[in-house]
Ligand binder design. Structure first.
Ligand SMILES: [Zn+2]
Length: 843
């Protein structure tokens, strides 16, 4: 027998600001909207690459105007890039953005899916993207998504015909979607998927074009649009009290970590979708010629006969009047053989039955988490607030042997409460994003369970099934077990009920640099997942390193409490790097995970379990100078990194600096994008240049070449033109153009080897032109491009030195890349080798 696996999620409701785990509650107008959606049997799939790529106006229009099931397939979870609201980066940022997408879909009525592809950073060309992603794997996931979702129409956000014109991930999403369109119906392609699903042929595929494809609005107006469908997405929904673009703005504003809080647009506005494959629809209707009524399903006509009448005669004052018809339709739907529609529409119908009856069912725990083997208590609430004749037959917790059989009639507006207690199975999976359970590659996550691939999140640990008998018909309703609690300043709150290890550990500093052979103390935090935890902790370490003591015993009385223990670490004399990993022994079990909690008001709390570890690096690094002034830009971890190699870093506010204030510093470093974001710098350049003239060193890290460049030209004391040149291949070959320059000789000798182990990219926004006073130090290029020489340029100015660098030190230093540290130490030491130079001429 085939294990049919259908994507089902229940989303709707536009009005809750923070949906978190809060139960949906419908007004009768919203309920009517749901009935209209129930009676539309068509599906649209929107395809792009990242969280925020999706056109929420179009998704909302398809979902709320067309009433279609609308799914956004994002290739990645947006792991790369910046975070404007917190410290989560990389895989943790992917977890946060996944939840922001779910919050957006909750607003616009769509659903959310993914592939295993990772957002590994900027990519210039789809050829590079598809190599790193492992094209076959991600194409399989796109085919898998289409076979499961079974869309009638697919709409690509990006153009598959213009590689190189946008992020390589964008073009790749469209290329994969186009290829998958021709493969999904062929049973010989990825046949292993057919154990779970069936082949499927979508009818049409479109490209969601826009004027920016043509350069300007005026140019777009002149384009022949006979091959395009025009959709007015400004439509107003009276039953929701919102226009489509107001809903779209609410959805888009969920992408808070990307700073997408938006103003609302109202009024008529057009979207154009260009037909790529399939036949051209008439009347600007993407579903033209597709049967989207109940008669498309064998046995569905009888269901439709009932449900269309409910829609036609919908009673806004008393929706519970429709319960007998809805229940009858449910009964008929169970006889339908088409598993896909039966599963989808049964879930929608059950949601409508619950809401029409004013039935409220909840399974909650007063505790936020439990550990394997511990006792869990689940509180059950069931209440019937309108409909006659509802019996609560039984309540079953899926996966554990516990069942209640109250067999009780739910009296009119009489609340029933029960308590269920059970032992959490020892072999249960922990609550953590499933795609982070195994180590992945640079381009894709490893997911061994095919049934999980594409799901937005890990299914909840426990589900309660309420079996009700309504109007004589037995219907099961499934509810995730949640943690319900209240806070005086926030009211009632819901969060996922998590299964966590008995003990977790954490080293706060993820990279420890040893610039000499001195011993350093390292704190290991230990957190109890249950009461009365006692055991011992050891620190795995690379050979040649010494750790004392070898083991530390500990005891923690309270669940959730955290203690700290200290180890002394002594590095070897020679250069060496590796990992230190806390291993905690409780009885005969060893625990090695760190628990990271991601907690914001606009998403449900996320528990993420990662390997507990820190990187240790012993580097023989020489430096000159001691005190560094740092002017923060858009935010980077460079100051903390420089402190690790023994500098004293002083953060200075550019508003406060006057001539002479900086003279006490050995160097002034300007943080990333400072000239883009710190207005005061525009007026402080003379102060900074005065400092350089008197013998100081000024180092400016990358700024974006944007509009400001034309208004503000004096980023350096001589002419420099910033450009969009970047080298994204972190392994790109380096040529040292000025082998005799102090930057590659003093106090550390820099060779090509120092460019090994860099991450994500070489650098970005390099200058493309500079005046003759500057010396370019390095040359590098991405495949198929010309050599870029502007990554690191230096010029003497007065008695001092000015350096501009687009190299990605802000990425390399925090992850402990030793060559990047040595090069940065040389930049800070420039000019301090004059004495040495006189006696030992290096040219
Ligand atoms: Zn994007």
């Amino acid at each position: 027998m085939k294990h049919f696996w259908v994507f089902v999620s229940i989303t709707s409701l536009f009005f809750t600001n923070s949906f978190a785990q809060k139960p949906d509650k419908f007004t009768s107008a919203e309920l009517f909207h749901e009935v209209q959606k129930l009676n539309f049997l068509g599906t649209a799939l929107y395809v792009a690459a990242h969280p925020d790529d999706e056109n929420t106006s179009l998704i909302s229009y398809l979902s709320n105007h067309e009433k279609a099931r609308t799914v956004y397939l994002s290739m990645t979870r947006g792991d790369g890039g910046q975070n404007l609201i917190g410290s989560e980066l990389a895989e943790l940022l992917g977890v946060l953005r996944t939840q922001e997408l779910l919050a957006a879909r909750h607003m616009d009525g769509g659903e959310q899916r993914f592939t295993r592809a990772i957002d590994f950073g900027f990519s210039k060309h789809p050829n590079e993207t598809l190599k790193i992603w492992d094209k076959e794997k991600v194409l399989a996931d796109v085919v898998w998504a289409i076979r499961n979702i079974k869309p009638d129409v697919i709409i690509n956000r990006f153009n598959h015909r213009t590689p190189g014109s946008t992020h390589g991930h964008h073009t790749s999403s469209a290329i994969l979607s186009m290829e998958a369109f021709d493969l999904t119906n062929n049973p010989e392609v990825y046949p292993e998927q057919l154990e779970w699903t069936t082949p499927w042929q979508p009818k049409r595929i479109f490209y969601n074009t826009s004027w920016w494809q043509y350069g300007s609005q005026e140019a777009f107006e002149k384009v022949d649009k006979s091959g395009m469908v025009r959709l007015d997405v400004g439509t107003y929904y009276p039953e929701l009290g919102l226009s489509n673009n107001e809903i779209a703005a609410l959805a888009r504003s969920q992408h808070l970590c990307q700073g997408f809080g938006r103003l609302t647009d109202r009024g008529s506005s057009n979207e154009y979708i260009e037909l790529l494959k399939g036949d051209m629809p008439k009347e600007n209707d993407v579903f033209d010629g597709i049967n989207t009524t109940w008669s498309r399903v064998q046995g569905g006509k009888a269901v439709g006969d009932i449900l269309y009448k409910v829609e036609e005669n919908f009673d806004f004052q008393n929706p519970s009047k429709h319960i007998p018809e809805l229940v009858k339709a449910y009964q008929l739907l169970q006889k339908v053989e088409d598993e896909h529609w039966k599963t989808l529409k049964s879930e929608e119908l059950k949601k409508i039955i619950l809401a029409s009856a004013g039935l409220y069912l909840e399974a909650s725990s007063g505790s936020s988490s439990a550990t394997p083997g511990s006792k869990a208590i689940v509180n059950i609430e069931a209440i019937n607030r309108t409909a006659p004749s509802v019996t609560l037959k039984e309540i079953d917790i899926v996966g554990v042997d516990v069942k209640l059989t109250p067999n009780t009639v739910l009296g009119d507006n009489q609340r029933e409460n029960f308590e269920l207690s059970f032992t959490v199975p020892q072999d249960i999976s922990f609550t953590s994003p499933y795609w982070l359970n195994e180590p992945g590659t640079l381009g894709t996550y490893t997911v061994n369970d095919q049934s999980l691939i594409g799901k937005p999140e890990t299914p909840s640990a426990f589900k309660a099934v309420f079996t009700l008998v309504i109007d004589g018909v037995e219907i099961p309703f499934e509810k995730s077990v949640v943690h319900r609690y209240s806070k005086p300043d926030k009211g009632e709150l819901y969060e996922p009920f998590a299964i966590l290890p008995e003990v977790t550990s954490k080293i706060d500093e993820k990279v420890l640099i040893f610039a000499n052979a001195d011993t350093k103390e390292v704190q290991v935090k230990i957190r109890a997942g249950k009461n009365d935890v006692s055991g011992s902790v050891e620190l795995n370490h690379p050979s040649g390193w010494l750790v004392s003591p070898s083991s530390i015993p500990f005891a923690i009385a309270q669940k959730g409490e955290e203690i700290s223990v200290a180890f002394n670490i002594t590095p070897p004399n020679a250069e060496s790097e590796g990992k230190i990993e806390p291993k905690i022994t409780l009885g005969n079990k060893v625990y090695g995970k760190e628990l990271v909690e991601i907690n914001y008001d606009h998403i449900p709390k996320q528990s993420v379990l990662l390997p507990s570890e820190a990187k240790v690096v012993r580097m023989n690094i020489k430096k000159s100078g001691e005190h560094i002034a740092y002017i923060m830009g858009a935010g980077d971890m460079v100051p903390e990194s420089l402190e690790q190699i023994g500098y004293q870093v002083h953060i200075v506010d550019p508003n406060d600096i006057q001539n002479g204030d900086l003279d006490k510093y050995d160097a002034v470093v300007v943080g990333i994008r400072a000239y883009n974001v710190v207005d005061a710098l525009k007026f402080k350049q003379p102060v900074l240049f005065d400092y350089v003239e008197k013998g100081g060193t000024m180092i400016v890290q990358y700024n974006t070449a944007g509009r400001w460049a034309s208004q503000f030209k004096n980023i350096a004391p001589y002419d420099v033109t910033l450009s969009r040149d970047r080298v994204t291949d972190e392994k790109a070959e380096i040529e040292i153009l000025a082998p005799n320059n102090s930057l590659v000789n003093f106090p550390n000798t820099i060779t090509k080897k120092d460019f090994d182990g860099w991450v994500q990219e070489r650098g970005l926004y390099f200058p493309s032109k500079w005046s003759g006073e500057f010396t370019p130090i390095l040359s590098m290029k991405d495949e198929g491009e010309t050599e870029k020489q502007g990554s690191l340029i230096v010029a003497p100015y007065g008695e001092g030195h000015y350096i501009y660098t687009g190299l990605s030190f802000f990425r390399e230093l925090p992850v402990g890349v030793s060559g990047a540290y040595k090069l940065f130490a040389n930049m800070l030491s420039v000019g301090k080798d004059e004495v040495k130079k006189d006696s030992n001429v290096k040219g």
